[in-house]
Design a protein around this ligand. Structure first.
Ligand SMILES: Cc1cc2nc3c(=O)[nH]c(=O)nc-3n(C[C@H](O)[C@H](O)[C@H](O)COP(=O)(O)O)c2cc1C
Length: 168
């Protein structure tokens, strides 16, 4: 079962987070997960995928224009309807809009007919509310981001297990 992670990233943080989610997904037997930059999405792979997780840095507490445009314009082409959907974000500041970004991503996914999943509190710790958020805590690239690695890997694993439950 294929799963896709799609992200926008200018300075590497969201790309790193996407890699952690993919690592968690690929730890589940029977799953083939791949991450794609918004600039080079493999549309055939995404079309075949049973689940798609979309991630963005917070830009003024919003997703980036590229992620927004892709979600609005590509839903039909890659057949998002009926797939499992998720969202994640990276931010510079603790209250820098990570959850707002994820909520906006999930909203467009729902409008596209996706089934959205985060694991919430149903799997114990870590409780992942709307989706995982990584905080840089500093203007330095990657500073502090590693603290969030485990949460992103666990999120990827839970997402993959749920997709297997539903589709296989
Ligand atoms: C134009 C712009 C706007 C940003 N706005 C916010 C913001 O509102 N809140 C925040 O916490 N970080 C903000 N940031 C910081 C990025 O969200 C953060 O550094 C993110 O991890 C960058 O991801 P990337 O390395 O994948 O590009 C902004 C960065 C840019 C370039």
């Amino acid at each position: 079962m294929k799963l896709a992670v799609i992200y926008d990233s200018k300075t590497g943080n969201t790309k790193q987070a996407a890699g952690w989610i993919t690592e968690g997904m690929n730890s589940v037997a029977g799953v083939e997960a791949a991450a794609f930059s918004i600039e080079s999405v493999d549309e055939e792979f995404v079309k075949e995928a049973k689940g798609v997780v979309v991630g963005s840095p917070s830009y003024a507490a919003e997703m980036t224009p590229a992620i927004h445009d892709w979600l609005l314009s590509s839903g039909g082409k890659v057949e998002l309807a009926g797939k499992l959907g998720g969202g994640f974000a990276t931010v510079q500041f603790t209250h820098g809009g990570g959850e707002t970004v994820i909520q906006s991503i999930l909203t467009i996914e729902l409008v596209n007919g996706m089934l959205c999943y985060s694991s919430g509190g149903a799997c114990g710790m870590p409780v992942i509310h709307l989706g995982p958020v990584a905080v840089n805590n500093n203007v330095e690239k990657h500073n502090g981001l590693e603290l969030y690695k485990d949460t992103f890997v666990i999120y990827g694993k839970r997402f993959a297990e749920k997709a297997l439950d539903i589709f296989m």
